[in-house]
Design a binder for this molecule. Sequence first.
Ligand SMILES: *Cc1c(COP(=O)(O)O)cnc(C)c1O
Length: 397
Amino acid sequence: MVSRYDKATVEGWNEATKLVRSGVNRSGFDETSEALYLSSGYVYSSAAEAEAAFAGENDHYIYSRYANPTVAMFEQRLAAIEGAEACRGVASGMAAVFAALGSYIGCGDRLVSSRALFGSCHVIATEILPRFGAETELVDGRSLDAWEKALSKGAKAVFLESPSNPTLEIIDIEAVSRLAHDAGALVFIDNVFASPVLQRPLELGADVVIYSATKHIDGQGRTLGGAVLGSQEFIDESVMPMLRHTGPSLSPFNAWVLVKGMETLRLRVDAMSRNAHQLAQQLEDTLGVGHVSYPFLESHPQFELAQKQMSAGGTVLTMDLGSKERAFEVVDKFKIIDISNNIGDSKTLATHPATTTHRRLGPEARAEVGIGPGMVRLSVGLEDVDDLFDDISQALA
Ligand SMILES: *Cc1c(COP(=O)(O)O)cnc(C)c1O
C-alpha cells in the first residue's frame, strides 16, 4: 500500500527521528498525530476499481484482515527501526511466533531451537509444530557445539530467544546464524527481551525478527500486539498468505497505541535498563554473587557476549531466593512493586516463573533450563530506582 501523503522517507534519518516520524501517512485533514482508521472495510469508486484491488493491480485497501492504514503506520515505523525490508503487525506476540514459524515449517521439516524459551514458544516448538509433522530438536543455546551437532542433521529453521525468558541466557546470534546458514536454515529470533532499541538481530545475521509488542513497544500495560519482520519475499510469500487466511489481525486501535508507544520507546527502554542495571548491582552486593542474574553484570557467564551484541543489559533481572516459600514471602511484602507476569512495563513487576509463566513446562524441563523454585523475575520500570531498592530491601529484611 502506497502512502498518499507520504513525507515519511526514512533515508538518512537517525533512530530518534524514525521513532517519531517513520510511517506517518496523513489523511486529507492534515492531522498532526497519526490517524486511527477504525474501519474493517473500504469502499470503491467503481466495480472496476474493486476488481483491480482484488487482482492486486492498484494499492487500494480491501479489508482490515489483510491491511489497514493505521496498522501500516505501525509496521513501517517498526521496519524502519529494525532495518527490515518488511513487517507485518499481528494480534499478539504468540500470533507473531506462530505466523512466522508455522507459515514456514511444514511436514517433514526440522526445527532446531534453543531450549530456554518463553513458555508458549516452547509449546509451539515442541507440541504444536510436531502435530503438523515437523520435528523439533532443542539444544543448549549457549553451546555452539550443540548447535553445530544438531544442524549437521539438516534444518529448515533455527529459533532462539536472547536474552531468554526468564533465565537471561545469551546466545551468540552472529555465530549461530553462520552455522544455520551453512546448513541452509533460516534464523528466527524472538527479540522481545532486548527490544528493538537494544539489539538488532538482522545486523547480526538473522533472517526473521519476532516481537511481542505488548512488552516494551506498548510498555504501558495497555494492549496486546506482535510483529514479524524480515525480507519482502519472506513476508509476502510465507507470512502474508498465512495471516490473510487465518486472521490473527492487529486491531487498528491497538496499532495506534503501539505507534504512539514507539515515540517514547528509546527514552523508556534506556531509563528502565539503567534502573535494572543499578538494581542488579545493588542486589548482588546485598544477596551475594550467584544470586542475581543480569546480562550486564560482570558475574553473568556471558557478560562479554552480551556486551558485544546488546547496547545495554535490558530491563529484566532475576534473583534466586533459595526456595518457593522464601520467594513468595518476599514478593508478598512488596509495597511498590506489583506481582504480575508482564514485562517491559513502566511499572516494576515481579513474577515467580516456576508457578506462573513457566508452570506448564513441569519440574524436569524447568530444571533443565535453570528455572529454580526460588527464582523471582523482576521487570524493572520507570520508578525512582532508590524507591525500588528500598522496597526490595524492606521485603528481604
Ligand atoms: C511475552 C512474550 C511472548 C508472547 O507475547 P504475547 O504478546 O504475550 O503473545 C513471546 N516471547 C517472549 C520472549 C515473551 O516475553
